[in-house]
Write a protein that binds this ligand. Structure first.
Ligand code: UTP
Length: 311
């Protein structure tokens, strides 16, 4: 009844995907995975590192970028209350990501023993058999953006590990009927992110500038739950996995993503699969000139690209 890419529990890598060229996986490890109830989740750090260690000893190549999590949030919020500027808040956020990166350097058997700050050093380190570990790089962006840039530089595959199962049509925490997409085009991904970004309290799985880097260099991206490491290992090994894949051959394109105001009534659950499907494509509705102007701006890549990290 439903197309396979929405209802099958797993996704296959696209056969002629763009960017498996270098065979390097750049993993953006979301800060949400590293903390539990406000303190470091050392068990989670250990398990993620063990999984990467074992894949690396079977010959897979990695570069890691580590997020800030609660540590960054605490420091940024407190510093903001104390009067820090946006630039300073970003510097503080970056410092937190680099401290988290230190944890992975300790936990990985074969890591380069310093947190890297120069993308161009990654290749030599990988070639020497070690894993380069990064935190944040420049104010105004996120570690997902940095990881996308690193994947671009290395000609690698981008993997986002977070605490959700992939890319949903809307936030699954707010909407239990949210659609989990299995395969997306870049434009579909960007449309979903723009829709979510326009809502209050948004917490995007990926920020739009990072998505634009994936798009411009046709980098394949996997979006997976970092607490299911068997699934992560399947994705790296080229086996079927549970999550979202974004690639040039992604089966859902932007035209198939409902507009923001049209989403909620259309999303319906499927108890069997836990995966939902937008019922049908909507015809574009007549909009006021003001609304149309806002939409035009929203669609303008230059405007999207200027959306920096906001505190
Ligand atoms: P994160 O990448 O962890 O931000 O960096 P995030 O997306 O808010 O975190 P998660 O994924 O939800 O946990 C933490 C903060 O560090 C600064 C930003 O202020 C960001 O919010 N940062 C990070 C930069 O300014 N530049 C970078 O390159 C990386």
């Amino acid at each position: 009844m439903f197309p396979d890419f929405l209802t099958s529990a797993v996704v296959e890598r696209p056969a002629e995907s763009s960017n498996f060229g270098s065979g390097i996986f750049v993993i953006s490890i979301g800060g949400s995975l590293l903390y539990k109830e406000g303190v470091i989740n050392s068990e989670a750090v250990r398990q993620i590192a063990d999984s990467i260690n074992s894949l690396q000893s079977s010959g897979y190549k990695f570069a890691l970028v580590i997020g800030g999590g609660v540590l960054a949030r605490d420091f940024v919020e407190t510093s903001k209350a104390l009067g820090a500027s946006n630039f300073e808040l970003d510097e503080i956020g970056i410092a937190a990501t680099r401290l988290n990166a230190q944890l992975f350097i300790q936990a990985l058997g074969n890591s380069f023993r310093e947190v890297l700050t120069d993308i161009k050093k990654a290749k030599t380190i990988i070639d020497s058999g070690k894993i380069p570990v990064f935190g944040g790089l420049i104010p105004g962006v996120t570690t997902d953006f940095d990881a996308a840039l690193l994947a671009e530089y290395l000609g690698g595959t981008f993997i986002n590990l977070s605490n959700v199962n992939g890319i949903y049509g809307s936030n699954p925490r707010d909407n239990p009927d949210a659609v989990l997409y299995r395969e997306l085009s870049y434009d579909a991904l960007i449309k979903i992110l723009m829709k979510e970004e326009s809502k209050p309290r948004q917490n995007l799985v990926l920020d739009i500038p990072a998505a634009l880097i994936l798009k411009r260099s046709k980098i394949t991206g996997f979006f997976l739950n970092g607490s299911n490491l068997r699934n992560f290992e399947s994705a790296v090994r080229g086996e079927s996995f549970d999550g979202t894949i974004v690639s040039p051959t992604g089966q859902v394109d932007a035209s198939e993503i409902p507009d923001a105001e049209e989403t909620a009534p259309e999303e319906q659950g499927s108890e069997e699969t836990g995966i939902q499907k937008p019922k049908k494509k909507r015809k574009p509705s007549a909009k006021s000139p003001a609304k149309r102007k806002k939409k035009d701006n929203d669609d303008d890549p230059d405007i999207i690209a200027m959306r920096l990290r906001m505190h």
